[in-house]
Write a protein that binds this ligand. Sequence first.
Ligand code: XMP
Length: 519
Amino acid sequence: MNDINKEKIIIIDFGSQVTKLIARRVREIGVFSEVLTLNQLKKIRSFKKIKGLILSGGPATVTKKLFPKIPMQIFSKNIPILGICYGLQLIAKSFGGKVKSGNKKREFGRAILKKNKNSLLTKNFFKKNKTKVWMSHQDIVYKIPKGFNKIASTKDSALTIIENKKKKLFGIQFHPEVTHTDNGEVLIKNFIFSICKAKKMWKMNYEKGRIIKAIKEKVKKEKVICALSGGVDSSVVAILIHKAIKNNLKCIMVDTGLLRKNEFRYTYKILKSKYKLNIKLIKASDLYFKKLKNIYDPEKKRKIIGNLFIKIFEKEAKKIKNVKFLAQGTLYPDIIESRSATGSKTSKIKSHHNVGGLPKNMRLNLIEPLKELFKDEVRKLGKSLGLVDPILNKHPFPGPGLAIRILGKVSPKKVKILQEADNIFINELIKKNLYKKIWQAYAALLPIKTVGVMGDSRTYEFTCLLRAVTSKDGMTADYFNLPKDFLDEISNKIINSVRGINRVVYDITSKPPSTIELE
Ligand code: XMP
């Protein structure tokens, strides 16, 4: 995906968890960037279009005999270089500074940074000569290299920002790319615009072309299969691949009977007619209901649904001859979330089922065109592909579908009741312009019946729970403050029009301690 004709910022990846976040920050301010490994960097012949280099953080240490480094001659190409964390330590070491393992002085989390000297890099970055930054380091630079100035420091690391103005070299120990650093984007903008003099040239349309070109180069004349769930990620993946290789893309859509009201038909129709996708439709709802009969346990439900999906998908995929690739809608946060900062496995809360990530034993090569992007960037990409609003801005929806929103036993009758209630709730949110302010909203059916009175008769029916949350990434969430008028109205509407529900409750817990889904 290396485009030598574009002015760009190159980010050298030394293995930090947040390297791609640097790339995202650079894209956000409209400048084209590429993340390269050291090996890719060594293959670059012309540096003409490279406006700046950012050296990422990483787990290595320059205190060892062997450590990853960039060739020394790159430092003399008069290209501005910003080293972040390991990047700073590498710059310091390369120019005769001293770095040691700061066992006692390591810094993780927030730290207060104090300004020592003015710098173009930190213009408008400090408030009253101070700011809060996010640190994650063990090694510290304790002797400044010759020709460098100290720009800022924290209590535990005196050389938190250093610069060599003449050589255009800058090093910072903290991470400006994470949102926990106040004003981090100001520092990145200063580097990109004031120091590198880069121009705003990056647009989502450019990214689209780049991805399509890369797919063409990778797939050539081979066939790709893709499981389409109808959510924004898999739809964007399928449309992109279709643009690249046309009908060599074969999509499979499995109707589990566990989607929202009318959603399966709508998505199938539109993806087939408007985007001309080659889709094989598999009706499997009877099978899903049969397998889920009498199952209460959430984890069992999730496993049954996930495994059944694999079986159906594999069976159908095998019918398509000579397939070499499997397309998946993996996003960058999916990759970060599966690793923890220390490299240890994070504890399992729920076994997530994702339509994309399944057949492991099919020996297919993976294509994951969205794996460097975040959800909001995928939406922008979808928009530039002309994806229709109901798919583009659809709230996230879990792989196991309504089965984990019907607590306890699942049956076609309960699905029908829930689909009706959920449909009323979602449509009302759209009508009242609330839908786009909410990260995720849904109705669930609780496994308890309560007594009610309608007209003069006693009722004994299900309770419907409504949930609406705000979130940035689904990792943490807060309940959305729905106006009282809205709650009054929606409760009435649901009870008056859905047979089987006589009570509506609104979930007011955040995540943590709760999760977004109920099972
Ligand atoms: P929780 O309930 O863990 O959900 O707070 C966080 C986000 O993940 C979605 N979710 C899933 N997505 N397959 C998915 O693709 C799953 O099995 C699954 N379970 C939960 C959930 O809807 C929320 O957006």
